[in-house]
Write a protein that binds this ligand. Structure first.
Ligand code: ZN
Length: 290
């Protein structure tokens, strides 16, 4: 999965005193999930700017994000404060590339894909927490933890993480898995999935989503694994469960274009092994669901 970068390790400990050095990676996002980089047209490899590539950047405008092993990642917000630098010739020799294409079109080591997805989540959060939602004053960075603090009313805002479930529904008797495809967006095989609503448990999300998307009841809901998915600010929580009662699927036509019981042989996996969904389909295919 995307986060499985061992032996490399992402250290997300917040260190407000961290200063960028010459080799620190500088991440700049545009709207629509694009990241500043440079494409080698021959190898399709994307590289990202480091501090040493930018002579006119103001170091104090960088925000420390995290490190992977001994490589530090800093964020430069794409906002009006940094407009002059972002319009400079130093930056115009780079282009913006869509994060989703890092999974398919461009070559990019998995460690950096994971770093980029996670950095995007923080970049989005920093963009929407510049001002206090309670009183409208400009927020400041906390000096002790990853948080934004309003100097006027004391409001503290922590990074937002949206919980969502991925559900492998199994028909044990027929040895089949409920496989779906979304109506819009990602085109490959998927599983029933959905966001946890306020006031419900993760298990209740599982039951509700399967009913909403496929019109069936489930039982024996058990946890499998989880996965951070930064480009949607999600923590995805995987569950397996079994259908109970009727196997007949009533598909939610608003969300899905395909929902069917498939045997292990019939399941076509996603092209890349980044998603929890894909791993869950894979373990079912291999007969390893317990
Ligand atoms: Zn405030």
């Amino acid at each position: 999965m995307i986060q499985d970068i061992a032996p490399a390790h992402l250290n997300n400990h917040y260190d407000p005193a961290k200063i960028a050095d010459e080799n620190s990676i500088i991440l700049v996002f545009s709207d629509k999930k694009n990241l500043l980089g440079r494409l080698d047209s021959a190898t399709k490899e994307i590289s990202f700017p480091r501090l040493k590539d930018f002579k006119t950047i103001e170091k104090e405008k960088l925000t420390y994000l995290f490190s992977i092993d001994d490589e530090d990642f800093f964020l430069l917000l794409n906002d009006s404060e940094n407009k002059d630098f972002l319009n400079s010739s130093e930056v115009s020799s780079y282009d913006f590339y869509n994060l989703r294409d890092f999974r398919s079109i461009y070559y990019y080591p998995q460690t950096y894909v994971y770093a980029s997805f996670t950095a995007y989540q923080l970049a989005e959060w920093y963009m929407v927490t510049k001002f206090c939602g309670k009183c409208g004053a400009e927020n400041e960075h906390s000096k002790k933890e990853r948080a934004m603090i309003c100097p006027k009313c004391g409001n503290i805002i922590y990074p937002r993480i949206n919980p969502a479930v991925i559900i492998g529904v199994i028909d044990k008797e027929a040895n089949k898995l409920l496989v779906t495809r979304y109506k819009v967006g990602y085109g490959h095989n998927a599983l029933v999935a959905g966001f946890t609503e306020i006031g419900e448990t993760l298990e209740e999300t599982v039951s509700r989503e399967v009913m909403e998307e496929a019109g069936i009841h489930v039982t024996n809901i058990r946890y499998y694994k989880s996965q951070p998915w930064g480009i949607a600010s999600d923590i995805l929580v995987g569950f397996f469960c079994e259908v109970t009662g009727s196997r007949e699927i009533t598909m939610d036509n608003n969300e899905l274009k395909f929902a069917s019981w498939l045997s292990p042989q019939e399941i076509e996996l996603q092209p890349l092994e980044y998603s929890l969904t894909n791993e869950m389909m894979k373990v079912f295919k291999e007969g390893d669901v317990h």
